[in-house]
Design a protein around this ligand. Structure first.
Ligand SMILES: [Zn+2]
Ligand SMILES: [Zn+2]
Length: 364
């Protein structure tokens, strides 16, 4: 199969230095899929990479969230990873990481911890097949990368976000366990936080959201948050803990989810939980950022702490299923508030960092 075409991609050469490069579009090897990018979103971890804060990735082709259209299928590819038949022209979402199936973690069934997860992501663009990130005209899905067909009827921008925030939240909530009996505190109403509100409401939980930005709190309310705590009004941990207690008959929350990326939020989350509560840590990933923490509080309260990066790759299929059935119940499309052409990728990143846009999307 030959694809005679040139494509463009965004290459991060050094922190905050992005250039657009052109390469020949590769034909897919057996088991791989060549796609065109329909939309790619700028998420929080993309900003960490761009500014040089990411723990693992320093340079390379940018972009990891995307909705793609199949251009060519490698030999042997007949279905997605759920067994749904796949054809040229179909919309798909790929997991942004690999699941090799051959490392010690994969061998033990801990797929989200695959030791080779980032073997393709963010490689230098000169290395074939060039299109290692989603900020470009094309994206190459390798044979060991899960991908799922996107059915008609899901908003394009919303589908593009499925392979990061929603899939991770669905996986995280299964790890920590959430039910209708729980009061759950979501610390931070960014991309992960709003998805967490939606998934917690689906479970029937009572949801408390803490944030300090009015627009984000409004969005959390639109997603169905039952109680909002504004950091600018209740500006001490004690006041916020008291508020959570008053909402839970003096007990504290059953579950808390940290999705702010602020180290002190971890310490606070432990305070907000009831004895025997469960904590899900997903936001703090940047090395070298610390918080003062008294471990005895956690022990005395017998808190269970779970944490995760990425997700087991089949959660991407669940995320698409969730959107197909339930996206209409939540204002997912309101989260994406700005669209940029690929040439303006630097503006999209700068405006996202400065928070003049909440979630930018790139349209090649
Ligand atoms: Zn592996
Ligand atoms: Zn992301």
């Amino acid at each position: 199969m030959r694809v005679d075409e040139r494509g463009t991609l965004a290459f991060l050469e050094a922190p905050e230095q992005v250039s657009l490069r052109e390469y020949d579009v590769p034909a897919p090897e057996p088991g791989a899929v060549l796609t065109e990018v329909v939309r790619a979103n700028v998420c929080g971890s993309e900003l960490h990479i761009w500014s040089g804060d990411h723990p693992l990735i320093r340079d390379g082709v940018l972009g990891h969230e995307a909705l793609c259209r199949v251009v060519a299928l490698g030999d042997g590819v007949e279905t997605d990873y759920a067994g749904t038949p796949i054809e040229v022209g179909d919309y798909v979402v790929p997991a942004y990481f690999a699941t090799c199936g051959h490392c010690a973690q994969c061998g033990a069934g801990r797929f989200r911890l695959c030791e080779n997860a980032y073997k393709y992501w963010s490689r230098p663009p000169g290395r074939e097949p060039h299109f290692h990130g989603t900020f470009g005209t094309h994206y190459y899905i390798h044979p060991d990368q899960f991908f799922y067909r996107v059915p008609d009827g899901i908003d394009e921008g919303v589908a593009a976000a499925a392979n990061c925030a929603l899939a991770q939240v669905l996986c995280g909530f299964d790890v920590v366990g959430v039910s209708w009996e729980d009061t759950i505190v979501v610390q931070g109403a960014g991309g992960l936080g709003l998805n967490a509100v939606a998934v917690a409401k689906e479970a029937g939980a009572d949801v408390v959201v803490i944030d300090g930005v009015a627009g984000r709190l409004d969005l959390a309310a639109d997603f169905g948050a039952d109680h909002l705590i504004d950091l600018t009004e209740l500006d001490t941990i004690d006041e916020r803990a008291e508020e959570v207690q008053s909402l839970t008959d003096g007990l504290g929350a059953d579950v808390a989810v940290e999705v702010t990326g602020v180290p002190d939020a971890f310490t606070e989350g432990i305070e907000l939980l009831r004895d025997g509560g469960r904590y899900l840590e997903m936001g703090n990933i940047i090395p070298g950022r610390e918080t003062t923490f008294e471990p005895g509080v956690m022990t005395r309260k017998s808190i269970t702490v779970e944490s995760l990066m990425r997700y087991d790759p089949w959660y991407l299929g669940k995320a698409i299923e969730f959107l197909a059935r339930r996206a209409g119940a939540y204002p997912f499309e309101e989260v994406l508030d700005a669209e940029f052409p690929l040439e303006d990728v630097e503006t999209a990143l700068e405006w996202s960092r400065d928070r003049s846009v909440a979630r930018a999307t790139l349209v090649p």
